[in-house]
Design a protein around this ligand. Structure first.
Ligand code: SF4
Length: 290
């Protein structure tokens, strides 16, 4: 997708050999130089006026785990789920906290352009699809700058992701927290089906996906549950990577600070044997895990 957008940008500027040479050095500068100043100014003004507001939870400027390469990771607040192992319980509920415009976010991302040139920007949460228009606008602007985009989502609000929005997403990091509706509701507080529907839609669109499954002893590690996820993932067409993430309690102290009850206090991290067993189940269904 990134290559395609780059080549389109070059094509837009392609009015002569010398210009094409300039484009290959810096497409955005060359494009603006060749176009009437009043057109560029009008577009910039309308770009500012259409800038969307978003509620931000936090930002990590050098993320290494939420997509390929080094990434600018923006965590949005707001989430309708209540995952028992959530690391950001303060992001749950309605979007709240610091407000940023999509325009200001991209300006900041561009300051890290050299660092993230083999990576990109990831929007995570919370559940980013609670603020779908903001996400779309940030990704639209990122793609216009040739930056790789990744959406980290539970898939529960996948119906809010329009096809136009998904056009601006290069990669979806999709958490599938279970295959059994009862286990899924126990783990997250919501229904499983919307996530499965979103995964199938992404597969039909040929959208690149990384699937993530969190292994929690006594909660998601039941063989039927794991095998169900593995079978489902095996049936998807555009999965590039599957990650088994062993449960840990890094977020526990936040619950205390917020006066919330942490229900997994007595749950141990999975042993290496349990993780290996989980990977083996995926493997027997033809799915390689990382
Ligand atoms: S989807 Fe993410 S942010 Fe929302 S409750 Fe679950 S772990 Fe927390």
């Amino acid at each position: 997708m990134e290559d395609r957008i780059h080549s389109l940008a070059h094509h837009d500027c392609d009015s002569g050999a010398s210009l094409q040479h300039s484009c290959s050095l810096d497409p955005s500068i060359a494009c603006e130089r060749e176009r009437p100043q009043e057109v560029v100014a009008a577009e910039k003004a309308s770009d500012s006026s259409t800038s969307q507001n978003g509620y931000i939870h936090s930002i990590e400027t050098c993320g290494t785990v939420d997509g390929p390469g080094l990434r600018y990771v923006m965590f949005l607040s707001g989430c309708p789920l209540r995952c028992l192992y959530c690391h950001n319980p303060d992001a749950q509920g309605k979007p709240h906290g610091e407000i940023r415009t999509s325009e200001s976010v991209i300006k900041e991302v561009l300051r890290y352009r050299n660092f993230i040139r083999r990576g990109g920007i990831t929007i995570s949460g919370g559940e980013p699809m609670m603020q779908n228009e903001f996400v779309h606008d940030v990704f639209r602007r990122a793609k216009a700058e040739g930056i790789h985009t990744a959406l980290d989502t539970s898939g529960f609000l996948g119906h809010r992701a329009s096809d136009a929005m998904l056009e601006s997403v290069d990669l979806v990091l999709l958490d599938i927290k279970g295959s059994d509706p009862k286990t899924y509701r126990e783990t997250t507080g919501v229904a499983l089906q919307p996530t499965l529907d979103f995964a199938r839609r992404l597969s039909d669109l040929g959208k690149s996906m990384w699937i993530r499954f969190v292994l929690v002893p006594g909660l998601t590690d039941d063989e039927t549950n794991v095998r169900g996820v593995a079978k489902f993932v095996a049936g998807l067409k555009s999965v590039e990577r599957v990650e088994v993430l062993p449960f840990h309690k890094l977020g526990e102290s936040k619950y205390e600070q917020l006066g919330m009850r942490y229900q997994l206090g007595d749950t141990p991290a999975p042993t290496s044997g349990q993780v290996a067993r989980c990977r083996e189940i995926f493997s027997t269904e033809g799915v390689t895990t990382h």
